[in-house]
Design a protein around this ligand. Structure first.
Ligand code: KDG
Ligand code: MG
Length: 403
């Protein structure tokens, strides 16, 4: 089998999504997600100029060699643009090989380690009461695990809170970055009250998660982790920016609240120290942004040695293609923890027909060969690209902060 075509499809059914489609001479095609939120066209250019032409004529079954070719062979290693491009190629090749073998991807990876994949949904509210209503809605839908985020008194807007009640939260909310204001002290005073209210209303069994979105310093994160211990969070996510992996040791020394990190990581080198020092509990690096299945399974294997489990990033800025591939990975990987789930809009679901299904707080990947997700190119063409940027964040005195 040989690759005869590789092309990039950009579509914006409510948000930009980038898909690589690889076709072979025996009529099998595979697709991969290459969406890098707010920087979509950078990956498109990388794929179109440097990757797609070099794929033509290659044997798609040489998944490892093709991965090495684009990683080592590029000389300029790592980074979100390169690794998202490699991730899309890798996902598409696994899809092709699953279809060629007539097997769902999880069987190629090593088979089922579980019957279904637990996911967490997002509850967001302008205040604690609004958030509790959203938690209740998720519980009614069957979710066993819910991420809770709410507005902070005295701060006009913050990460994870939808503009209007009942609306979906989409962070890439304007053409150029909108500006948020942040106050660590107001946040730290308020956040524990939310978890207390969730426990009082929903009891002990619900898994409760929270995303700090990189805003604290290590000692502030240590304070938060320690203060919220009575509420038994499933995890506290991205409590500090993680360029300094050693910083997590300090947080770890102070708290038993489980820590999750890694949605912005692109390679095993971004988390090796975090994992080996046993400073975290969940690794969130995704198939799309961290070099695809071939690379993320190396991360998962390292993590397994240190009792670290997977908790893949799964926002709407990753397409159903990534979600489908992730659900196969989750079904197989021995050290699975949880999978994030932000439902895509109906328009997006129509553009990407898929075999995966939600039922009772869990997903199953389906039995279709490959990852089980396809793209309706005719429909995709009806939604042209629109530039959209993630916000930036400033402290109350104007200092640019982590968003
Ligand atoms: O889903 C999460 O945990 C996020 O933090 C979502 C991110 O803000 C989003 O993917 C940025 O593109
Ligand atoms: Mg996050």
């Amino acid at each position: 089998m040989k690759i005869v075509d590789a092309r990039v499809i950009v579509t914006c059914p409510g948000r930009n999504l980038v898909t690589l489609k690889i076709e072979t001479d025996d009529g099998i095609h595979g697709i991969g997600d290459a969406t890098l939120n707010g920087r979509e066209l950078a990956v498109v250019a990388y794929l179109e100029e440097h990757v797609a032409p070099a794929l033509i004529g290659r044997d798609p079954s040489c998944i490892e060699d093709i991965w090495q070719f684009f990683y080592r062979g590029a000389y300029w290693r790592r980074g979100p643009v390169t690794m998202s491009a490699i991730g899309a190629v890798d996902m598409a090749l696994w899809d092709i090989m699953g279809k060629a073998a007539g097997l769902p991807l999880y069987k190629l990876l090593g088979g089922k380690s579980r019957d279904r994949v637990m996911v967490y949904g997002h509850a967001t509210g302008h205040d604690i009461e609004g958030c509790l209503e959203e938690v209740a809605r998720h519980v009614e839908q069957g979710y066993r695990a819910v991420r809770v985020q709410c507005g902070i008194p005295g701060i006009a807007s913050t990460y994870g809170v939808a503009k209007r009640a009942g609306e979906r939260y989409e962070p890439a909310d304007s053409s150029l970055p909108s500006e948020n204001v942040w106050s660590t002290s107001k946040y730290l005073n308020h956040a524990p009250k939310l978890f207390q209210a969730v426990r009082e209303r929903f009891g002990d069994d619900l898994h409760v998660l929270h995303d700090v979105h990189h805003r604290l310093t290590p000692i502030e994160a240590a304070r938060l982790g320690k203060e919220v211990e009575p509420y038994h969070l499933f995890w506290l996510e991205d409590c500090v920016p993680a360029e300094n992996q050693g910083a997590f040791r300090l947080i770890r020394q102070h708290t038993t609240t489980p820590l999750a990190v890694g949605e912005v990581f692109n390679s095993i080198h971004d988390c090796r120290e975090l994992i080996e020092s046993q400073s975290i509990d969940y690794i969130r690096a995704t198939l799309t942004h961290a070099g695809g299945i071939t690379h993320v399974r190396r991360i998962a294997a390292l993590a397994e040695l240190y009792h670290v489990r997977t908790g893949f990033h799964g926002p709407t800025d990753l397409s159903p293609v990534c979600m489908g591939a992730a659900l196969h990975f989750d079904t197989w990987v021995p050290n699975f923890g949880i999978q994030e789930h932000m439902p895509h809009s109906e328009e997006i679901e129509e553009v990407f027909p898929h075999a995966y299904r939600f039922e009772d707080g869990h997903f199953t990947p389906g039995e279709a060969p490959g990852h089980g997700v396809d793209i309706d190119e005719g429909l995709a063409a009806k939604y042209p690209y629109r530039r959209a940027s993630l916000p930036v964040n400033r402290l109350e005195d104007g200092t640019l902060w982590h968003w």
